[in-house]
Ligand binder design. Structure first.
Ligand code: CTP
Length: 437
């Protein structure tokens, strides 16, 4: 009996897949189909897969072509599978020509012609489009624009910026074509706002009134009253208003949260985060795209505090070192919190450098994320006995921004489970970093 093995994601199973599976089957007597798991796809940078693993496996089963279906979960698994199932032939489409020659050592490798004119990417691109307008002038807008490329179905509709200095050439050209935010909104289904925080409220309000979904860099507004207003407006108009903190969407950060919630370090008694970036604060007039330390870093530093400890603190004590005595530019701020069952602290600064790490201390052990923890792809769970320690690594692409864009898109499509930052957390962030405190 000749056994054939082949692999794929098989998202929205299409004619190209079916033709390949039929020809693969004809190569032998028994066909094994490997379907890639979500985590493995994520790790290899394929973040857009629209169907769950169960749905994709079920679609393969229904073709009746596979004698056995397996799940591909890790790099190098193909070699293990070929040995385990004693496969005689490994086959895959010609888009992979040469890539799997190394498997010749274990079995025969056959590349089959790929069917022209159809792919899961096309199906995803055509199934739903989202035109995103950009608002803002900081470097992060450039990064955001670049990351949109990795999310199928996203189109940049334009940019509205008050100054062009920090924008790349593509965005400069786009910005010239847009005179006002209203101009941008008429060609957009959604906007990403990364302007000065003091501009957020009026821009978010204008966008929501125009019926456009909003992803806004945190803090969404600078006062609680404004936040309540924009939140109500979003609910009334059935629009998504999402808080933009990219760390919330990174896989490692989310896995770490799950481990904490499942009790691996016992009861959490303390969460401590530090975020700093050293800029030249001696300039007389700080450029307008430089926000003060607590506004720039506060939302990120506060995110794990509120996600782990909750938002019900009894006291928040704040120390700030300001540029000049009355200046609202803090070069460094430390906020300490007291909760019923623990404490937390954040340290943020743009005029001071420190170790950008995060530590979550529990009654059984602690979690340590090395600097820069907000772009985390790695963390450790540490115990009294070092031999019990565990290390975790999850690939992070594009600083987490592309996962954030994908979540925004999925929220717009109505998949609520993609919401990572609750309204209460957004509100507490404003309470600490905004102008009410
Ligand atoms: N395949 C094919 N013809 C196509 C599309 C895919 O022969 N038009 C083959 C691939 O070469 C692979 C298998 O089908 O052997 C599974 O491919 P997969 O990557 O799941 O499908 P794509 O449509 O290429 O997906 P994407 O657009 O996400 O890359």
């Amino acid at each position: 009996m000749t056994k054939v093995i082949t692999y794929g994601t098989y998202d929205f199973l299409h004619e190209g897949h079916i033709r390949l599976l039929k020809r693969a089957k004809e190569l032998g007597d028994y066909l094994i189909v490997g379907v890639t798991a979500e985590d493995f796809d994520m790790a290899r940078g394929k973040i857009n897969v629209g169907q769950s693993l169960m749905e994709r496996v079920e679609a393969i089963r229904q073709t009746g072509l596979a004698d056995r279906i397996i799940v591909e979960e890790y790099e190098g698994q193909k070699i293990d599978d070929i040995r385990r199932y004693e496969a005689d032939i490994f086959t895959v489409g010609s888009d992979w020509l040469g890539k799997f020659d190394y498997l010749n050592e274990y079995c025969k490798v056959v590349y089959l012609d790929r069917t022209e004119g159809i792919s899961s990417t096309d199906i995803r691109n055509n199934s739903q489009k989202l035109r995103i307008g950009l608002v803002g002038e900081t470097n992060i807008v450039n990064k955001f624009k670049n990351e949109c490329r990795y999310v199928n179905g996203i189109e940049i509709s334009g940019i509205y910026a008050s100054t062009l200095e920090s924008l790349d050439d593509d965005l400069k050209n786009l910005a010239m074509q847009c005179d006002s935010i209203e101009d941008l909104l008429v060609r957009s289904d959604a906007v990403y706002i990364a302007s000065k925080p003091s501009e957020h409220y009026s821009q978010v309000m204008t966008a929501l009134k125009a019926g456009v979904h909003v992803l806004c860099e945190s803090p969404i507004t600078l006062t609680i009253r404004q936040f309540e207003e924009v939140s109500r407006m979003a609910v009334d108009r059935n629009l998504v208003l999402m808080d933009g903190i990219k760390t919330a969407y990174s896989l490692a950060f989310n896995r770490m949260m799950l481990l904490i919630k499942s009790g691996v370090i016992g009861d959490v008694l303390s969460v401590d985060t530090t975020c700093t970036s050293l800029i030249d604060i001696n300039e007389k007039a700080l450029p307008s795209h430089i926000w003060n330390s607590i506004t720039a870093w506060g939302p990120t530093a506060l995110l794990p505090v509120f996600m782990i400890m909750g938002t019900d603190y009894s006291q928040a004590v704040r120390f700030s070192k300001r540029l000049n005595n009355n200046d609202d530019f803090d070069v460094f701020t430390k906020v300490s919190f007291i909760f019923e069952d623990g404490v937390a602290s954040i340290k943020v600064g743009q005029g001071v450098k420190s170790e950008g790490e995060m530590v979550v201390s529990g009654t059984k052990g602690y979690i340590y994320i090395p600097a820069p923890w907000w772009k985390t792809d790695y963390f450790e769970v540490r115990y009294e006995n070092p031999s019990d320690n565990k290390r975790y690594f999850y690939q992070l692409e594009g600083e987490g921004i592309r996962y954030e864009i994908l979540s925004f898109f999925n929220l717009i499509k109505g998949h609520r489970s993609y919401n990572r930052i609750s309204k209460e957390i957004s509100r507490q962030i404003i309470e600490i970093v905004g102008q009410d405190g």
